[in-house]
Structure formats: structure tokens, C-alpha cells
Design a protein around this ligand. Structure first.
Ligand code: ATP
Ligand code: MG
Length: 436
């Protein structure tokens, strides 16, 4: 008999891994609660029409990635239905918002979800057929302020906090505006006109997209096509005054909150429902699948699926990709020494050796403290540079420190500098090792 295996693109998560998944989910829940979001859980399968209307027939998701089947009627009172495993969760959340008349509360609805999504993609690292998303939506009637650029900025600021609390540093936030429902057709016409004379020199996918969905040309990753794409007209030049003002207000609020971002004129995202703000957080450690999360504003989505006007903004993060990023962070951390001892001046060399010996011997049971010893002939800057490459922290030992027994310790990841008594130094270094 052939042995049965997990289906291509799906995976088992064993206890060695689920700890990290649970930690990520707990951190996300804790951040969402502080921003006053509540959890929503929608069904894993829905009427196919929800996605074909909500996400859009011409998107990759709907045109080739959905798991759809015909669900036979079980009784005469039932109809045979087209059902689909959800490829994303925003459409389901908006359907629930409409179905439960949440708009009638007059309040903004701030909802988050964590759960599996399904897309028939080519499986590779960071890309699976069943994957998990952590997402949130802010949606409500216009009178509740759902169109305000402050909502966009708050969501982005929350994401920067969440990534920081997860221990993911080195992310990049890219934002753009795709304009209102009336800006887009104008831009698409401009784009079509610009593509017409050049598209025959581009890849076959672009030739098809130029006809079916010209915005998608901007997503093309084929290297030879890039010079053509860079020269195409920008959507920023097709925005009306309201959309421009909205985008400027989002940027101003991000600046005020010190959330770093860059504008990416090509960021139009793969789902048709987006209006105005679109964004993506990427991380260099992920390789080709570098998007940690994506999202944007969807002012017309509710009406597309038969609901009242209910502007909103939301995002979905790939939990599988958060796990990969954190595993890489942890692997890199595991190779770092716990401390680099920097004697301040050659007169402190002997004292530094004594301190290193004390720390190295303090934990004879594995895993003990891993200590790198610098040299008092180095200038402070050189010690810092050397320490930053090989250790998590630097411990400075000068004449004052030697006399007082109080050492200055700087943690490179957090940037925090602390004064620590020599007798407590081993315990301090051990406890800071396990913070994630
Ligand atoms: P990509 O460009 O990577 O295909 P996307 O534009 O299809 O992403 P969204 O639909 O916006 O992605 O989904 C949001 C996030 O969900 C992505 O940024 C990514 O982290 C994650 N994601 C999407 N598809 C997959 C997948 N097949 N496997 C794992 N994670 C995924
Ligand atoms: Mg995709």
C-alpha cells in the first residue's frame, strides 16, 4: 500500500514549532486588545460569489487559486451550491458585518481574526496552500469616522508596534494610494494607452494583464520588464484632490507618530477591492516571499457584496512568514555571545580577564554564559563595533566600574543601557538572553 502523506502545500506543526506559533498569537491578541479590537471568527468556507464579487474575478486569487466545489443538495429543500474555502478573510468579515447589521450600532467596528486560509499556489518556502493569517479590520458608517485618514495611520502605527513586540526588527513599510473608485478607471485608461505601444516587448503574463487587468502589470517581477514598468505613468498623477489630501493626512500622522515608511508608486496590491491607502510590510530575511503583510482601505467593498456604505481599512499578515522570520532571528541570536567585555584602557585588561573568568565559570552547567573579551588598547568606538558583530551586549569596565563594582551594560537589540552590580551581572545576562 502506498503511504499517505499530508497534501502538497499543507504541513503538520509539531510541538517543537507550535510554541512559537502560540507566542505570536498571544502577542497579537495582546496588542489588538490594547487598541480595543475584538475577535471575530467566520466560517472556513463561504459562498463562492462572496469572493468572485468581493475579491474580483480578474484577480489571481479568484481566477486560479481558489478551492471551489459544487456542494450537492442533501434534501429537496436545499439547492446545490458553489462553495469555496476562504482564500482570505476580509470578504468574510465584511459579509458578517452586513449580515449582523453591525453598522446599525453607529460605532466603528474593530475586528481581528486569526485562522487558516487556502490558495492553490505553487508551494515553496513561505508559500503554502493552507496558511494562516492574522488580520484586522476597522469598518463602519461614515458618521463613525470610518473614512478618516487617522484610521489608516492608527492601523499602520499598531502594526509597527506589533512587529516590534514580536521582536521583528528591520521591517520596511511601503505605502501608496490607489485613489477612489472614480480615480482608478481614469488611471487604467492612461495605463492602457501607455502600455499599448510597448506591451509586445514584455512578458506573456503582462501581455494578458494589459488587456484583462492592466494594474497587475505593476506587480510583474520579470527582470527584463522592469525598465518598461518604471517608465509607466504613476497613479499618484491620476488622484483627485480628495484622495491626495487623504494620503497627505495619512503621511502626516505617520510622521507625527515617528512610524518610518517609504512611498512605493507601484504598490497596487493583488485584490480589486482596495481604494486609497494600500500598504505592505516587507522583511529582508524572507527571500523571494518577502511580504510579511499587506492591506489597505476598501471603501466600496460592502456595497460590492450587497451591503450598506461601510468604508473600512484592514490588513492580513502571513503567520507562516512571521514564524520563518522569527526562527531566523532566533538562529542568529543563538550564535551571539552573551556579552563582550570592553576594558576601557589597557590598565583594565587584567581586571577584565578576571571578570570574564568569573562570568564564564558562573554557569558551569550548559548552556553557560558565552563571553568575548576585548582589549583595552581599542578605542571605545572600535570596541562597540567589534561587540556588535559577535555579542548581544557590551559590558564596559573602566576605572570607576572596577572601583564601584557597578558595570554599564548595553543591549544591542533594544538599545537599552543599564547599570548592573557585578554580583548580579551573570543573572542579568542570562535573563536578558531569553527575552524574545
Ligand atoms: P504575495 O505577493 O506574497 O503572493 P499576496 O499579495 O497574495 O502576497 P495577500 O493576499 O495580501 O498577499 O495576503 C497577506 C499576507 O498573507 C501576505 O503578505 C503573506 O504574508 C501571506 N500570504 C499570502 N499568500 C500566502 C501563501 N500562499 N502562503 C503563506 N503566506 C501567504
Ligand atoms: Mg499571492
Amino acid at each position: 500500500m502506498t503511504t499517505l502523506k499530508a497534501v502538497r502545500g499543507t504541513r503538520d506543526l509539531l510541538p517543537a514549532e507550535t510554541g512559537l506559533w502560540n507566542r505570536i498569537e498571544a502577542t497579537a491578541r495582546s496588542v489588538f486588545e490594547r487598541y480595543n479590537f475584538g475577535e471575530i471568527r467566520t466560517p472556513v468556507f463561504e459562498d463562492t460569489a462572496l469572493f468572485s464579487r468581493g475579491v474580483g474575478e480578474e484577480t489571481d486569487i479568484v481566477s486560479k487559486e481558489m478551492y471551489t466545489w459544487e456542494d450537492r443538495a442533501r434534501a429537496q429543500s436545499e439547492k446545490t451550491q458553489q462553495l469555496t474555502l476562504r482564500p482570505e478573510n476580509t470578504a468574510g468579515v465584511v459579509r458578517a458585518y452586513i449580515e449582523h447589521k453591525l453598522g446599525e450600532t453607529g460605532q466603528l467596528q474593530k475586528l481581528y481574526y486569526i485562522g487558516p486560509q487556502f490558495r492553490r499556489e505553487r508551494p515553496q518556502k513561505g508559500r503554502y496552500r493552507q496558511f494562516s493569517q492574522i488580520g484586522a479590520e476597522v469598518i463602519g458608517p461614515v458618521s463613525a469616522g470610518s473614512e478618516s485618514p487617522l484610521r489608516d495611520a492608527e492601523v499602520l502605527e499598531m502594526l509597527s508596534t506589533l512587529l516590534d513586540e514580536l521582536g521583528i526588527s528591520g521591517w520596511t513599510l511601503k505605502i501608496n494610494s490607489v485613489g477612489s473608485a472614480s480615480d482608478r478607471p481614469k488611471y487604467i485608461e492612461t495605463l492602457k494607452a501607455a502600455l499599448a505601444p510597448i506591451v509586445s516587448q514584455m512578458c506573456v503574463d503582462c501581455q494578458r494583464r494589459a488587456v484583462t487587468n492592466p494594474l497587475r502589470v505593476l506587480d510583474c517581477k520579470v527582470p527584463e520588464d522592469q525598465p518598461f514598468i518604471d517608465a509607466l505613468p504613476r497613479i499618484a498623477d491620476s488622484l483627485d484632490e480628495d484622495s491626495k489630501a487623504h494620503f497627505a493626512a495619512v503621511c502626516a500622522a505617520l510622521d507625527a507618530a515617528s512610524v518610518p515608511y517609504t512611498r512605493d508608486h507601484r504598490l497596487v496590491r493583488g485584490l480589486d477591492y482596495y481604494t486609497r491607502t494600500t500598504f505592505e510590510f516587507t522583511h529582508g530575511g524572507l527571500g523571494a516571499q518577502n511580504a510579511l503583510l499587506g492591506g489597505g482601505r476598501y471603501d466600496g467593498l460592502s456595497e460590492l457584496i450587497g451591503g450598506p456604505k461601510a468604508p473600512g481599512i484592514g490588513f492580513a499578515m502571513g503567520e507562516d512568514r512571521l514564524v520563518l522570520t522569527l526562527q531566523a532571528v532566533e538562529a542568529a541570536k543563538a550564535e551571539l555571545a552573551d556579552a563582550y567585555i570592553a576594558p576601557l584602557g589597557e590598565a583594565q585588561n587584567a581586571a577584565a580577564l578576571e571578570l570574564a573568568r568569573e562570568l564564564r565559570r558562573s554557569q558551569p552547567d550548559r548552556p553557560g554564559l558565552r563571553i568575548e573579551l576585548g582589549d583595552g588598547s581599542f578605542r571605545l568606538k572600535k570596541s562597540f563595533e567589534a561587540a556588535d558583530k559577535v555579542a548581544r551586549t557590551i559590558v564596559m569596565l573602566g576605572e570607576d566600574e572596577a572601583k564601584s563594582g557597578i558595570l554599564t551594560v548595553k543591549d544591542f537589540a533594544s538599545g537599552v543601557q543599564s547599570k548592573v552590580a557585578r554580583v548580579e551581572l551573570a543573572a542579568f545576562l542570562l535573563s536578558s538572553r531569553n527575552k524574545y
